[in-house]
Design a binder for this molecule. Sequence first.
Ligand code: SF4
Length: 297
Amino acid sequence: MEVTIDQNSGYCFGVEFAIQMAEDEMESGETLFCLGDIVHNDMEVKRLHAKGLRIITREDLLHLKDCKVLIRAHGEPPETYQIASQNNIELVDASCPVVLKLQNRVKNAFDVMEASEGQIVIYGQPGHAEVIGLTGQTKGKAIIIMHDEDLERIDFTKPVTLFSQTTKSTQGFYRMKAMIEERMKATQQDFQTINFNANDSICRQVSNREPQLKKFAQEQDIIIFVSSKKSSNGKALFSVCKAENEQSYFITNEEELVPDWFEGTSKVGVCGATSTPMWLMKNVADAIRLIGESCAA
Ligand code: SF4
């Protein structure tokens, strides 16, 4: 049985950088707190916990003093930096550079929109850490849209600047963009595109994965997709695999492998989400090889 790990799966550079930063900080043996899960993968969180990383909530942050807190790749709103400075907390800022750049763009656009009574609209998941960080650039005034009915909260008679959470689907973003444009045209007799500025801020590290994964899934007899159930990127990419290859299975670790899946199979592909560590995919690939050897014996 041939087992191949998809080389395009696994951490994006933002998550890779945040985990490396956490590991470097923990080398001193000091406890490092992390605001929210460093990555949406329980296995990786468990591994880093053993090294001294402690996950905290926003509420916990209010009560901490004189310690080190890591900001993960998703970034944080300005409020977090204020709390840290008031409580003598040293921030280890692992915000992804792509997210920081987007926060900056949202802030600048917000200043322009405020002056023209316009609105900042973000296509994203309400409550998602990155969206909280982006909304923080607009004094909490950004309108978050995820479903069609959320469009009702936009005033189509006023200017709109649209952005996207970096991990949303490109197709979904362009669909929302088209709907907003249509509603603005219907409401404004003299609609000008100047009133509507749409910024595709989806990270290419994520959007490029889909076509690469489609190809990989087509080339294999069966697909073992490794991800945490919490990862929205994991759910989306698994459905891409399933659409291309009916024999696709979702697992969180090697203990969930079922030997019957591999009967009569010669090509097995192992892949995962942007939050799946490479070491976990390697463990899964090794376990599959062992199953293959015991079937052949
Ligand atoms: S998906 Fe893109 S923006 Fe998000 S953390 Fe990874 S590299 Fe950064």
